[in-house]
Ligand binder design. Structure first.
Ligand code: AKG
Ligand code: FE2
Length: 764
């Protein structure tokens, strides 16, 4: 007995839907097939060896697809393909056989009676002895394509079986000596043609397309079943802490383009129809969705991996084949990616995680063909693992009275658009109620949407809703880095509506300082600050409280930058420290310009004082600020002072006497002062000693290594592994002299540049 309502719902659907296969075969007499190949003539059925050889003579080797490319590789596909333009078929007569066969295949593949299958000729193939096609999947090159049809022409051959696999199940089709043999299968099945051992195998291949509505009207007979399904839905959603959704995984996999209510594959159409009717009775909303199932299994390699391909008619990927024995499911997660509701409205870009207690299926993912899989050798906790990904279709349901919340959680963009529409139709009270319902999850869900359109709409909804707390809730998850000059008017209106204190709290919440990102992860903050002058300009022009908003943003950007400089100065690696501080030149320059724009003199003065505060690193930053600011702006931004200071400092550095050719002393930068470090400092500081042999235990050696490497000193360290303890051999290198030469050259270049620039700023 299945315990949960959702499991009972899945069981009801399994029992109802006639067990239809993923492939189906038929034979038919040859009478209606009149086939002519230019250069060979009318093809006599059964195909003789002689005519088969003639066909090979006018053919070319068939290609296969992989990714975006179409490839030719005889180790994957070795088949002759008759050029399509040479093949002529009397369609009218052929349809007399093809039509009824398609009807039979349709029912065996589980399509409802009301649907229609259509075919499009794809190719004529000839397999000579030894030829084959390795396992692959045909990709859907047309939205309506659901599978492939292979029509085998009668001929005498052995081998060449067509094997179709669906998960653990393989069905083999061998063709016929006297009749036409038809095999239809879905495009989510892997299939292969085994090598022909004698004679010739000749086939026509077709794309199989589903046309017209595949959803049925549920019949009277279904009423009882629909009642039971509706009962399951009511029970599933009935408890106070019930899950938000019910996700029924369909049997087939779909590409985003192919997913549609009217083109469900096989029995999926019937399941969807029944669930839709049940949803109606249980007052639920229903959508057709695309879910990604990701499963991690513990696994081991059973034999050396072979390759398999998603063949395209023109797209291909590698699969895992049957080369791993899977043991136990370690974890599985399911994400909803897109859906289409009954009115045909599509929501893409969803990223909704679905809990285990929301999912049911009549076929476990494991017995489908994964879209992609990856085998990892020993992974620590789990030994070897096999990861598999499936793109499954699903029917997703939720109670109608929860519709707004469910849809809003899945798509914050939709939620904001809906609120906007409510406000515009004058239903402010309704919009406020809706916004209130968003509060429990809004921070989490809205935080992952960063599109410009979403930010703009959310900012205006927050203003139009005329409720400070709701407005702050709606915008709470934003980051400063999302704002640009197009938001100036709304930002200014927000300060007008809710006041400066409200905005101050919000900006603090948006601030990167709160996230404490000052280093390599903060490029986006630095890049945003570089655009701040434009935003400040726009805010100034917006009038009203725009200037207030600009000053708030500027102050936050300034504190981030000062913290980033502080953090950069603490960077132990000299080369990384120089890089980080040089990179901060751009935001500092932008802050200075912004300060001028909004008239924030104190911020400007503070930054100028900071740039003139000495120290190695700050000098690098100050030079970068000068280099990124046009000299014509130096006066107004206060950078004249910085220029003078830099000039003075650089001259001072250059005035220090150059290192003598025999001076090997190296200062050890401040840091640890343990006994080992003082021995190290003494050796380094000695102008004549270039090598030190130092018997030292392992932990001591590690400490000294670390000290030398962290400061990037021009000293090599080697361990001589004889005696006890081993001996650490430290050797000063020539890089000491070379680096100082380069550093002087750099300073001289900077000085020359500064002098050159001042001519521009002080004409005459
Ligand atoms: O030759 C066959 O039966 C199948 C050929 C095939 O798989 C293909 O053309 O994609
Ligand atoms: Fe194929």
């Amino acid at each position: 007995m299945n315990s949960t309502a959702r499991e009972r719902l899945a069981a009801l659907l399994v029992n109802d839907v006639k067990k239809s296969g993923f492939s189906a075969g038929r034979t038919a007499p040859t009478g209606d097939l009149h086939l002519e190949v230019q250069g060979v003539g009318t093809i006599q059925l059964p195909v003789s060896q002689a005519q088969a050889r003639q066909l090979c003579a006018i053919s070319r080797p068939a290609r296969y697809g992989q990714g975006e490319r179409t490839l030719f590789d005889k180790r994957v596909r070795d088949t002759w393909e008759v050029p399509k333009t040479r093949v002529k078929i009397d369609k009218r007569r052929w349809n007399q056989t093809l039509g009824p066969v398609l009807d039979q295949l349709k029912s065996e593949l589980g399509f409802p009676v009301s649907s229609q299958l259509r075919v499009e000729f794809h190719s004529m193939l000839v397999y000579a002895p030894g030829q084959f096609f390795l396992p692959h999947q045909d990709s859907e090159k047309d939205d309506a394509m659901v599978g492939s049809l292979v029509v085998g022409l009668p001929s005498a051959f052995t081998g060449g079986a067509l094997e179709i696999r669906q998960g653990a199940e393989t069905v083999t089709y061998r063709g016929s000596k006297k009749s036409l043999s038809f095999v239809g299968f879905f495009s989510d099945c892997q299939h292969q043609v085994k090598p022909v051992t004698s004679g010739y195998r000749v086939v026509l291949t077709y794309d199989l397309l589903a046309v017209s509505e595949t959803l049925q009207m549920p019949g009277e007979v279904d009423s009882e079943l629909i009642g039971k399904l509706a009962g399951c839905l009511e029970e599933h959603f009935g408890t106070p802490d019930a899950p938000e959704h019910l996700v029924f995984l369909l049997d087939h996999q779909y590409t985003p383009r192919a997913l549609s209510w009217s083109r469900l594959k096989g029995a999926d159409g019937r399941s969807a129809t029944l669930l839709e009717a049940a949803a109606e009775r249980a007052d639920c909303e229903v959508v057709l969705a695309l879910v990604d199932v990701h499963e991690t299994w513990s696994a081991y390699e059973s034999e050396p991996p072979s390759r398999s391909y998603r063949h395209s008619r023109y797209n291909a990927i590698e699969g895992d084949g049957e080369d791993y024995d899977v043991e136990e499911l370690i974890e599985s997660d399911i994400t909803l990616h897109a859906w289409i509701d009954r009115s045909g409205t599509r929501e893409s870009d969803l990223a909704l995680f679905v809990g285990d207690n929301e999912v049911c299926a009549s076929t476990p993912s494991q017995s489908l063909e994964p879209y992609s899989s990856e085998y990892e050798g020993y992974m620590g906790n789990w030994g070897n693992t096999l990861d598999r990904w499936y793109h499954r279709g699903a029917v997703v349901l939720w109670p109608r009275h929860r519709a707004f919340v469910v849809r809003a959680e899945a798509s914050p963009t939709w939620a904001i658009d809906t609120l906007t529409a409510q406000i515009h139709t004058g239903n402010l009270e309704g919009a406020r109620n809706m916004a209130t319902a968003l509060a429990p999850f809004w921070d989490r869900e809205a935080g992952r949407v960063t599109t410009g359109a979403f930010i703009s709409s959310a900012l205006s909804v927050a203003q139009l809703i005329e409720e400070p707390e709701l407005a702050a809730m709606l915008l709470g998850s934003f980051h400063l880095e999302m704002l640009n000059h197009t938001h100036a008017k709304t930002l200014s209106a927000l300060v007008d509506s809710y006041g400066e204190a409200w905005m101050t709290t919000l900006v603090a919440q948006w601030s990167p300082v709160r996230r404490q990102h000052y280093s390599s992860t903060s490029e986006s903050t630095a890049a945003w600050i570089a655009t701040l002058p434009q935003l400040c300009e726009a805010l100034n022009q917006a009038g009203g409280a725009g200037a207030t908003a600009a000053r708030l943003l500027l102050a936050t950007a300034k504190s981030w930058t000062c913290k980033a400089i502080e953090s950069g100065l603490k960077e132990p690696s000299p080369s990384r420290r120089r890089q980080r501080l040089t990179d901060l030149g751009l935001p500092v320059a932008a802050l200075l310009r912004s300060a001028v724009i909004v008239g924030a003199d104190s911020i400007r003065n503070e930054l100028i004082a900071l740039m003139c505060s000495g120290g190695d690193g700050v000098l690098d930053c100050a030079i970068a600020v000068l280099q990124t600011t046009p000299p014509t702006h130096w006066q107004i931004t206060g950078l004249q002072l910085v220029k003078a200071y830099v000039r003075f400092t650089v001259e001072g550095l250059l005035a220090v006497a150059q290192r003598g050719d025999d001076d090997w002393s190296i200062p050890l930068p401040p840091g640890c002062r343990c006994d080992l470090c003082s021995t190290l400092a003494t050796f380094l500081g000695d102008p004549t000693q270039t090598q030190l042999e130092w018997p030292l235990r392992q932990d001591g050696r590690a400490h000294v290594h670390h000290r030398i490497d962290a400061s990037e000193l021009p000293v090599t360290h080697q361990t001589r592994r004889t005696g006890r303890p081993y001996t650490l051999v430290l050797t000063k290198t020539d890089a000491l002299f070379e680096r100082e030469r380069q550093e002087r050259y750099r300073l001289e270049t900077q000085l020359a540049w500064l002098d050159g620039s001042s001519e521009i700023t002080n004409p005459g």
